[in-house]
Design a protein. Structure first.
Length: 667
């Protein structure tokens, strides 16, 4: 056996499997069989070190850790693309292209714009010779040793190409691999990376290629310059096809587009489907297809005139956190808020973001003056996901949560097991104002004209110091105020008058009792039928109401026990605010401690009405039949719940029997 020939055979075989596995994702052999081939090659090379060629598959990880990276001057400027976020600008680009081509329409190639780290690769006579980061476009770092470790980067091309070939590409890490890698880091007590791009950048900067080899890096190639190529026939689409043929992982999902509408459709298609891709993209690129046309159009100082990046709305931006302030909510909850250097995120300017509580601040170790990463996920609310610690000033200090309320200076308290600090002062101006705003809000008493600015003004003027005073406001007090005139004063009073007849559940919600949301308020209104009865309810009684646990029950009892709140209720009643339910009289105890399940179509009322009646009578409604079910109320065409009830021997009620029970004398 000629060792040279055998080494060549094994290398070629491994190279082919690398290509099948890493570029095409279509492996032909098992990992085990592959490892065996690799081992054979390693052994042969160890026995014949003089036969090891630099492009051998065993040489992806080789050499000693570096001291630092050599700076290289790129053979040509690596331009970046001009960004655009809207259709108008992309149409302008199209107009400029036509103008530049003296009226001729051009074909475009659209590609995904990968969110990774840009690199330039150099091949000589078909062999990978060096690679560098883009740097500032003129000079970058020589990261050849690190790039070699990326398995999808061909060390030798599949076709023998003479002369020099330069390839531009983006190193990325797939989302799943990134998450798994971050988990590993966290398990090892290391700080996770904020996003895949940071992870790639951090990996390529490592001085030890052995460590780089452990990072799951991938490559996509999107441009090439072949020095021997004749320009007339060259196109971007042809180049992408050539890159694939040569064994490069070429930019996937690219498309030729004959019109601007095609381009816009491509952009829309991927804007809505970006989450289906296994890697992060931040937009699409639009390039004039013919290289000759590209040359006619030329370049500006920084970007080509023949291409454009059409970005998606960003989901992450970086900005400075100037200071952390405290926000006091209507229940006294203190929320730390990050005040940011204004930054665009998904088309809106973000100035503030919640930091939730002290624990979250500690978890992120976020400090005043830090550069932070902001992210907007599926929801619209932006959140701070990480601190860019590399950019932190040496003088920065960990954030210390103030111990007193920044508004009324009362000492803050923190309940056992709670993450949130609270201001315990019921008369804290900030709390009171927020309570009034909440009481007047849409889902509560819906007082027209009582927005936050009006509340602020009335409070500062001393006309309003709790929700009980709202109904005392008089025309003579309001009209002379700044921002008010005859009409607006009358309108506000009209709004206040109208609020007096809102349903009981809205009033209960509007009181702003901790943990009592709209749903609980409805339940309480149904169950108690009046504010007086609710106010008299004991902790045990409240807890017996379905869906109300000890936490809510305690909070309700505490709220009504406060003399301040009792005086508010008195004022509301005196002012003529409705404190009884429309269905007053409906509430009772007929179904106390009974559990109902409803099935089939009811005739006399809707399912919701039936549920309300059951709750109003102290019963509860659950969705599945069990031994604990007291009755199953059965309408027309009942489902499997009926069968199950029969099987378990649960009493069945027809609609008529149910109505009869409702109207019967109290048990
Ligand atoms: S073309 C002159 N195509 O986006 C050609 N760039 O601002 C310039 N990028 O630095 C690049 N995917 O890092 C091109 N399909 C793609 C790309 C792409 C990502 C990056 C690249 C470049 C920046 C452009």
């Amino acid at each position: 056996m000629d060792p040279r020939k055998e080494i060549e055979r094994l290398s070629a075989e491994i190279r082919r499997h690398d290509y099948l596995y890493y570029v095409l994702a279509q492996p032909e052999i098992t990992d085990r069989a592959y490892d065996k081939l690799f081992q054979q090659l390693q052994e042969l090379e160890a026995a014949h070190p003089e036969l090891v060629s630099p492009d051998s598959p065993t040489q992806r990880v080789a050499g000693q850790p570096l001291e630092g990276f050599r700076t290289v001057i790129h053979p040509f400027p690596l331009l970046s693309l001009q960004n655009t976020y809207n259709e108008e600008e992309i149409r302008d680009f199209h107009r400029r292209v036509i103008e530049g081509l003296e009226g001729r329409e051009s074909q475009y190639v659209c590609e995904l714009k990968f969110d990774g780290v840009a690199v330039l690769l150099e091949y000589n006579d078909g062999l990978f010779v060096s690679g560098a980061t883009r740097g500032d476009g003129t000079r970058g770092d020589d990261i050849t040793a690190n790039l070699r470790t990326i398995p999808s980067l061909p060390l030798r091309l599949r076709e023998n190409i003479l002369g020099r070939l330069y390839v531009r590409g983006e190193v990325i890490i797939e989302k799943q691999a990134f998450a798994a890698y971050n988990e590993e880091r966290e398990a090892a007590g290391e700080k996770p990376f904020a996003n895949p791009r940071n992870c790639v950048a951090g990996s390529l900067k490592l001085l030890n290629p052995m460590l780089v080899a452990q990072r799951p890096l991938k490559l996509f190639c999107y441009a090439c310059v072949l020095t021997e190529q004749s320009i007339e026939e060259t196109t971007q689409s042809g180049n992408l096809e050539m890159l694939s043929q040569l064994g490069f992982p070429a930019s996937p999902h690219w498309k030729k587009c004959d019109s601007m509408d095609d381009v816009l459709n491509y952009w829309r298609h991927w804007e809505t489907r970006r989450d289906t891709l296994p890697f992060e993209v931040d937009g699409v690129t639009v390039k004039v297809n013919r290289v000759q046309d590209q040359q006619i159009l030329g370049v500006t100082a920084r970007a080509p005139r023949w291409a454009m990046a059409f970005k998606f709305s960003p989901r992450q931006s970086q900005t400075r956190l100037n200071w952390i302030s405290l926000q006091i909510g209507r229940t006294g909850a203190v929320t730390p808020v990050a005040n940011l250097e204004p930054v665009e995120l998904g088309g809106v300017t973000i100035r503030r973001a919640t930091l939730h509580n002290e624990e979250e601040i500690a978890r992120l170790d976020v400090r005043e003056g830090d550069m932070v990463l902001l992210e907007r996920g599926g929801d619209v609310i932006p959140k701070i996901v990480a601190v860019v610690t590399e950019l932190r000033s040496a003088k920065s200090q960990p954030f210390r949560m103030p111990t007193a309320c920044p508004v009324c200076n009362t000492r803050l308290i923190k309940d056992e097991g709670e993450a949130i600090s609270r201001c315990p002062n019921e008369d804290c101006p900030e709390q009171v104002k927020k309570q009034i705003e909440h009481f007047s809000g849409r889902s509560a008493m819906d007082i027209d004209g009582m927005g936050s600015e009006t509340v602020e003004l009335l409070y500062e003027e001393g006309l309003l110091n709790n929700i009980g005073n709202i109904f005392d406001l008089a025309y003579e007090q309001i009209e002379p105020l700044e921002r008010f005139a005859e009409k607006s004063a009358q309108n506000l009073l009209k709004g206040i008058e109208k609020a007096k007849s809102r349903p009981l559940e809205r009033l209960i919600f509007g009181l702003g009792i901790r943990f009592v949301g709209e749903g609980t308020a409805r339940l309480l209104a149904l169950r108690y039928g009046s504010l007086a009865d609710l106010s008299a309810a004991t902790f045990e009684e409240l807890q017996a109401v379905p869906e109300i646990g000890p936490r809510i029950a305690r909070s309700i009892v505490e709220w009504f026990a406060s003399p301040r709140n009792q005086s508010i209720i008195k004022k509301l009643r005196e002012a003529g605010v409705r404190t009884e339910s429309e269905h007053r009289g409906a509430a009772g105890e007929k179904f106390k401690e009974l559990t109902f399940v409803l099935t089939g179509a009811l005739q006399k009322f809707t399912r919701e009405q039936a549920e309300e009646m059951i709750i109003a009578q102290g019963g509860r409604v659950t969705s599945s039949v069990s031994k604990k079910t007291s009755y199953v109320l059965v309408g027309a065409n009942p489902g499997s719940k009926y069968e199950k009830a029969v099987k378990l021997g649960i009493p069945i009620l027809s609609e008529a029997e149910f109505i009869e029970q409702l109207h019967s004398e109290d048990r």
